[in-house]
Design a protein around this ligand. Structure first.
Ligand SMILES: Nc1ncnc2c1ncn2[C@@H]1O[C@H](COP(=O)(O)OP(=O)(O)O)[C@@H](O)[C@H]1O
Ligand SMILES: [Mg+2]
Length: 325
């Protein structure tokens, strides 16, 4: 991936759920490294494992889920094996998260300012007064007009976009090394989506933070990501610098995603969406998870899962690339 030492290094991460039908693996060996100051976009259809991946980074998975393999190296330590008390020091302060639904992440009975102040005080030994001043400054920074007045208001007095701005302020309050944003704009109007994205991108680059940006919408990442990882059925299908991925997508799945974007742009009536449905965990074929929907699938694709072929940092898991590798 991009040069310079990684801040976060995920190696062969595996996560399973215990369900009534038995153990189901939903992340099947995910690897990537995130260099300092860079943005990695993790893109995939609903159910591909994006949120499970994000939650496992800070071990916030539900009790029925288990990390069954791999490493999450951060600052020389493996987050997958840290104790709960060690992890608490990392959560928020070193790695912050923004979630999809800002309304449900805020506490309805506390003012926005109180919540922000509390977050700051939980991690920093400063006076209440200084924490409040910092909170107001942060609200201004994320574009809340009349921040000092707004500080005393409750979440229901804020729009969805403003709530997400508050969540961003909370995530940034502790100057984390890594920001993880899981579909931060999905619950918002299209016009607000672009503003929020721009805001995260600007704040990320000002602070020299690294970020993992999670979305189902490939179109959203072109302007904000340095590198893109395409996730499908719990596996990386393709990973490349953003320009290479858009210019020369190697995996038929990525090609399908991009084709549907192109026809939206051209306002064509016929939208070549990818036919078929994503795999259901526990009911996959033994080979490539995309094989049943792939227009180019070979017999081998249904039997054996391809490795990630790596051509100068542009990686793709497709048997069609085997000869070129
Ligand atoms: N609590 C759960 N119990 C069982 N399976 C789950 C649970 N949460 C998520 N999954 C499964 O894990 C897979 C990945 O889910 P998720 O990471 O939420 O997808 P995404 O965020 O990409 O839409 C899905 O197939 C989903 O059904
Ligand atoms: Mg999700």
């Amino acid at each position: 991936m991009i040069s310079s030492a990684p801040v976060l290094d995920v190696q062969n991460l595996r996560v399973s759920f215990s369900t009534e039908e038995g153990t189901v693996e939903v992340l099947k060996g995910l690897s990537y490294s995130l260099p300092k100051g860079k943005v990695l976009a993790v893109v995939g259809e609903s159910g591909s494992g994006k949120t499970v991946h994000a939650l496992s980074l800070l071990r916030l998975l539900p009790p029925t889920a288990q990390i069954t393999g791999g490493q999450i190296l951060f600052d020389g330590k493996d987050l997958a094996s840290l104790s709960e008390s060690q992890l608490r020091k990392v959560r928020g302060a070193r790695i912050s998260m923004i979630f999809q639904d800002p309304m449900s992440s805020l506490n309805p009975v506390l003012t926005v300012g109180e919540q922000l102040q509390e977050t700051i005080l939980a991690h920093r030994k400063i006076s209440k007064l200084r924490a409040k001043a910092l909170a107001v400054r942060l609200l201004k920074k994320v574009g809340i007009v009349d921040a000092a007045q707004r500080y005393n208001q409750y979440p229901f007095q804020f729009s969805g976009g403003m709530c997400q701005r508050v969540m961003i302020a909370m995530a940034l309050a502790l100057k984390p090394d890594v920001l993880i944003a899981d579909e931060p704009t999905t619950a918002l109007d299209v016009t607000i989506q672009a503003q929020i994205l721009r805001l995260i991108k600007d704040l990320q680059s000002q602070a020299g933070m690294s970020a993992v940006f999670i979305t189902h919408n490939l179109a959203l990442v072109a302007d904000v990501a340095d590198e893109v990882l395409v996730l499908y059925g719990g596996l990386c299908m393709e990973q490349a610098p953003v320009h290479a991925l858009f210019k020369n997508p190697l995996h038929p799945y990525t090609q399908g995603l991009l084709n549907s974007l192109v026809s939206i742009k051209k306002k064509e009536d016929f939208l070549p969406a990818i036919a078929g449905n994503p795999p259901v965990p526990g009911k996959e074929c033994p080979g490539c998870p995309f094989a049943p929907r792939c227009p180019h699938a070979l017999k081998k694709c249904f039997k054996e899962c391809p490795p990630l072929f790596n051509n100068k940092g542009h990686k793709a898991a497709c048997w069609l690339l085997e000869e070129k590798a």
